[in-house]
Design a protein around this ligand. Structure first.
Ligand code: CAA
Length: 445
């Protein structure tokens, strides 16, 4: 059986940063710990004035292609996942291919290009499309380039403003992959929900509290659906569980729910019973409210146990390091979580080859998808090439006034002129508008 999965990963962050506890919180009159402890966010990435979803996606893709010595001929498919698209017809992948064609010999005329939309889950769906294309034998020995790119901006003053972010994750999907092999086992939780949407508008309409409930409900459904094909899951089956991470606090909740589900009727529930009792079962209660209260008490107890905390520190916490510094990258977020975990493993010398990851993707509107992956023996070499830590350290730190200007520059309804904060070097930049209102890009040496 051909192994298919993620062969290479590159990450490009927006080049500006908004410091949440030190810049955002004081201006909002908030306690900085709301951001650091409550949401789990320290800084978020913002795009400089010459950056957008095309430049960030093309820059991540170019770095990936250069590192792997790839030519356009080696790539048979370019799929872009985004919820920040600026055109209802022409896909972002054509713009990105156009950028890459400026710097490589040859072209991507042979490559099938598209754009995937289902909020933040579209990045994972694009990987699935690429996987299916290769498994079906339609790839003619070529790889697929999947690019998840977003400028996750909210309207000023929206509660979501604290969770913004901007960046791109490029992934090469190939036969005999170096990083992870994807399994065919998948589970879905999908329903018509109105929690977060952008009905032909740039900034989302969000029901924040409801979106959190929907995230957990759909994730739970997806886990049950996954178990219906893959069999019961156990928390110790997986080295890491990367989740879609709108902010780390959301994943803290999802992880606790997942752990309760996975440990039900296991030796772990038995071992914990002396300390926190057994898990409440619905049939033992007269009404839903009493059952819910009992669940809440059990979860409060569970999250304080050493057993849970050890598992969380080992399996979940390493997936959140990048997110805390980058914010929400929508379609790229779960892929940052995977990279974050693998980076931690590489730094701490943890052996991972052959170990499993359980990946929980989510998109509002709403759909969760859960699948397993097996880490391949080239993972460490690949992950050690990432430069995201240096990129994070190099970001320009915005004052609040500057942040307001940057937000306005990227607001499609405003026209303001702001000087760039950083100087582009060796990258694609936005270069203005063309005669049909198309965006133009150029490569700056
Ligand atoms: N010290 C410590 N913790 C504090 C604190 C302090 N001084 N002040 C507040 N907190 C805690 C709160 O208790 C809360 O934690 P819990 O939920 O665990 O109780 C946390 O900080 C956040 O505080 P609030 O709930 O008061 O924050 P808020 O109402 O201003 O906004 C939000 C939170 C609703 C998530 C908002 O950021 C939002 O709307 N975000 C966008 C939507 C979103 O990300 N939803 C997630 C699921 S949908 C999805 O995943 C798709 C996607 O990418 C958008």
């Amino acid at each position: 059986m051909t192994r298919v999965g993620i062969d290479a990963i590159e990450i490009w962050t927006g080049k500006l940063q908004l410091d949440l506890p030190n810049t955002f919180a004081p201006t909002k009159g908030d306690d900085p710990e709301k951001y650091t402890k409550g949401l789990g966010l320290y800084t978020s990435s913002m795009p400089d004035v010459y950056e957008d979803i095309v430049t960030m996606g093309a820059n991540a893709a170019k770095r990936l292609m250069d590192r792997r010595g790839l030519t356009p001929q080696a790539i048979g498919r370019i799929d872009v996942a985004t919820e920040s698209a600026f055109d209802n017809s022409k896909p972002v992948s054509t713009y990105i291919a156009g950028c890459l064609e400026q710097v490589y010999e040859g072209d991507f005329h042979h490559a099938n290009k598209g754009e995937r939309k289902f909020a933040c889950v579209a990045g994972t769906q694009s990987i699935d499309d690429a996987y299916n294309w290769i498994k079906a034998g339609r790839h003619r020995g070529r790889s697929a380039l999947v690019i998840a790119t977003d400028t996750a901006l909210y309207a000023r003053g929206d509660p979501g403003e604290a969770t913004q972010g901007a960046g791109a994750v490029a992934m090469l999907i190939s036969e005999d992959p170096s990083v992870v092999e994807l399994s065919t086992d998948q589970g879905y939780g999908s329903a018509d929900e109105t929690d977060f949407l952008k009905p032909n508008q740039q900034f989302p309409s969000v029901d924040g509290k409801r979106s959190m409930k929907v995230y957990l409900a759909r994730m739970r459904e997806a886990l049950e659906d996954y178990e219906s094909v893959a069999g019961r899951t156990h928390p110790d089956d997986f080295a890491y569980i990367p989740f879609h991470t709108p902010f780390p606090g959301m994943v803290r909740r999802a992880a606790l729910l997942g752990y309760r589900h996975m440990t039900r009727d296991t030796e772990i529930e038995d071992e914990l019973a002396a300390e926190i009792g057994r898990q409440p079962r619905e049939e033992a209660f007269d009404g839903w409210d009493a059952y819910e209260n009992a669940i809440r008490d059990y979860m409060d107890g569970l999250k304080g146990t050493d057993r849970y905390r050890d598992w969380y520190d080992r399996t979940i916490d390493p997936t959140l390091t990048l997110s805390g510094q980058l914010g929400n990258w929508y379609t790229g977020s779960v892929h940052l979580a995977r990279a974050s975990a693998l980076q931690t493993a590489a730094e701490t010398g943890r052996g991972l080859t052959g170990e499993k990851l359980l990946v929980g993707s989510y998109g509002s509107g709403a759909q969760a998808e859960i699948h397993a992956e097996t880490v391949q023996d080239g993972w460490k070499e690949e992950i050690q090439q990432l430069t995201i830590d240096e990129q994070i350290a190099r970001r320009y730190d915005l004052s609040f006034d500057e942040y307001e200007q940057v937000h306005d520059v990227h607001n499609h309804d405003k026209e303001i002129d702001v000087e760039e904060f950083t100087a582009p070097v060796g990258e694609f930049v936005f270069a203005g508008w063309g005669r049909m209102n198309e965006r133009k890009y150029e490569y700056v040496e």
